[in-house]
Design a protein around this ligand. Structure first.
Ligand SMILES: NC(=O)c1ccc[n+]([C@@H]2O[C@H](COP(=O)([O-])OP(=O)(O)OC[C@H]3O[C@@H](n4cnc5c(N)ncnc54)[C@H](O)[C@@H]3O)[C@@H](O)[C@H]2O)c1
Length: 501
């Protein structure tokens, strides 16, 4: 297999259009859907069509599962050592790196994400391929001292088999590599179902995986705008041993329930409702910097985006004034220009949700400090970066994840009140707080009911760190060495009746 790769092939750079695919990938073949149905991919900046992809059927998805199973059992994949898999992932990493500009352009075109952020996502997403290329060689077992003479207890980790990966539109590349990198490192094969809004980035990186020499059937990509029956198939098929999903809590719960019948491994990265607490002791400039990066990245459409800002009374006015200035200075528009910081929302559903939440808060006597309107002169999906204060606990901005460029601020008196309010939610993905008081830092970090805490920091994700939530924000961890766990089974082998003398 490695024979067909040489340095010339590996360094061959595909141009932009060669990376934009209009077919799905099953068993190493780039194919249409079996009924020839397609759906369009549009640019959220202006609604213009930028491509179309196959609208795959349940039968097509079944074929992809079959291909993944066959590949999992094939000599081409099974006989590879951990180092071989590591080398393949390294080649994939190199190709993604070489095509980072083209991938970023595709991502910006289909998601509206500003180009600098798309380049950042390629770097971030590719860091998981690199990380798991390294981790592939460190999936260690154990030899445990036996309580019985002439016996050995051996523990090994084995791949679970076929994993189905369902990914969202807000990180079209990173959510794929964070899952597929770990799965392939462990020796699994995968069927990827990318979000219907952003299938082109998924297909582009799958093309590069093929170029890297990853054997046919190991990575399959099923594009569809009818996710539910295919999700159902993933849950029901006995050949799918694990499901990893990033997206809404509502869909996550459905998959969790449906996967119970087959007792499948399930990893869920769901929505958050992140608190962002600014204590009186905080460095206010640092806190505003953190707020800007945590809230406005990807137009507020990230699951770790700060959702409710709790600001202590003594620092409140200063924080709100500084934040207002920074929000007013944001450059909004078509993310293809490198100076743009805020693009459009992904689709009409998201736009209606964001504007509906702001109207709900307004009707409940919250104050709009800046923004609070759509920007139709820029396009139908643009919404002004917004700061809302005096948000009551009954407002949707408080109780739900807005997933848009809206800062909701609530004043508090003391630490106990901040913690009570921060934890007053059934979500628990990320939480942030700003404090220069060391005692407070440890107290609050321990008491926040979340899976990830940013202390004096608004951007916390890294391939090296475990990403995941508590409560209804999910189960399992991605990234870090823990990211492998969902893709391996632990097997105990009892070696008995050994003769040592
Ligand atoms: N945690 C995250 O990173 C994240 C990402 C995207 C969206 N969200 C949240 O979800 C909300 C809605 O966004 P969305 O509609 O894109 O999320 P979603 O959960 O509907 O979609 C995420 C992925 O799941 C697929 N999907 C949808 N229904 C499915 C089903 N029944 N079975 C299997 N797969 C299914 C989609 O096609 C997509 O690939 C957002 O407002 C946000 O709060 C969270």
């Amino acid at each position: 297999m490695f024979g067909r790769l040489n340095s010339v092939q590996i360094s061959r750079i595909r141009n932009f259009s060669a990376l934009v695919q209009s077919k799905a990938l099953v068993n190493g073949n780039w194919i249409d859907s079996s009924n020839n149905d397609t759906f369009d991919v549009t640019n959220p900046v202006n609604g213009k069509k930028i491509g179309s992809v196959p609208n795959m059927t349940v039968q097509d998805a079944q074929n992809a599962i079959n291909a993944a199973k066959q590949a999992y059992e094939s000599k081409e994949w099974r006989s590879l050592t951990a180092k071989d898999r590591s080398n393949l992932l390294k080649k994939w990493h190199k190709l993604i790196e070489q095509h980072s500009q083209q991938i970023a352009e595709i991502m910006t075109a289909e998601s509206g994400k500003p180009i600098n952020e798309s380049k950042g996502e390629v770097l971030y997403g590719n860091s998981f391929v690199e990380w798991f290329a390294e981790e592939a060689r460190r999936i260690y077992g154990e030899i445990v001292p036996s309580p019985v003479a002439n016996r050995e207890i051996i523990v090994m980790k084995q791949p679970i088999g076929v994993a189905a990966l369902i990914t969202p539109w807000n990180f079209p590349l990173a959510m794929i590599t964070r899952k597929a990198g770990a799965a392939l490192a462990a020796g699994c094969t995968v069927v990827i179902k990318p979000a219907e809004d952003t299938p082109l980035t998924a297909l582009a990186v799958a093309k590069l995986a093929e170029d890297a020499g990853i054997p046919k059937g190991v990575i399959n990509v099923v594009t569809t705008n009818k996710a539910a029956p295919i999700g159902d198939l993933f849950c029901k098929s006995p050949d799918v041993r694990g499901i990893s999903f990033t997206g809404s809590t509502q869909v996550g719960k459905l998959l969790f329930r449906n996967a119970a019948d087959g007792i499948k491994r399930v990893c869920l990265e769901l929505g958050g409702n992140a608190p962002f607490i600014v204590f009186d002791s905080a460095n206010v400039e640092k806190a505003v910097d953190g707020a800007m990066s945590s809230k406005f990245r990807n137009c507020g459409q990230t699951c770790v985006s700060a959702n409710r800002f709790f600001v202590q009374a003594g620092i409140y006015d200063k924080f709100v004034a500084l934040l207002k200035q920074r929000v007013e200075a944001l450059k909004i528009g078509d993310g293809q220009s490198s100076d743009i910081q805020i693009g459009p929302l992904i689709n009409k559903m998201q736009y209606d949700k964001v504007s509906g939440f702001v109207e709900d808060a307004r009707s409940k006597k919250a104050q709009i400090v800046v923004g609070g309107t759509g920007l139709p002169e820029l396009g139908a999906l643009f919404y002004a970066p917004t700061v809302v204060t005096d948000v009551p606990p009954t407002a949707q901005l408080y109780t739900e994840e807005v997933f848009g460029p809206v800062v909701s601020i609530i004043k508090f008196k003391d630490e106990a009140e901040a913690l009570q309010k921060a934890n007053d939610t059934n979500r628990g993905l990320a939480g942030y707080f700003f404090s220069e008081n060391l005692q407070q830092v440890f107290r609050v970090a321990k008491r926040l009911e979340v899976g990830m805490v940013g202390v004096n920091e608004g951007l916390i994700s890294a391939a090296e760190a475990p990403f995941g939530g508590v409560k209804e924000s999910g189960v399992g961890r991605e990234g870090s060495h823990h990211g492998i766990d969902d893709y391996v089974d632990i097997k105990y082998i009892c070696m008995g009746n050994l003769k040592y003398d």
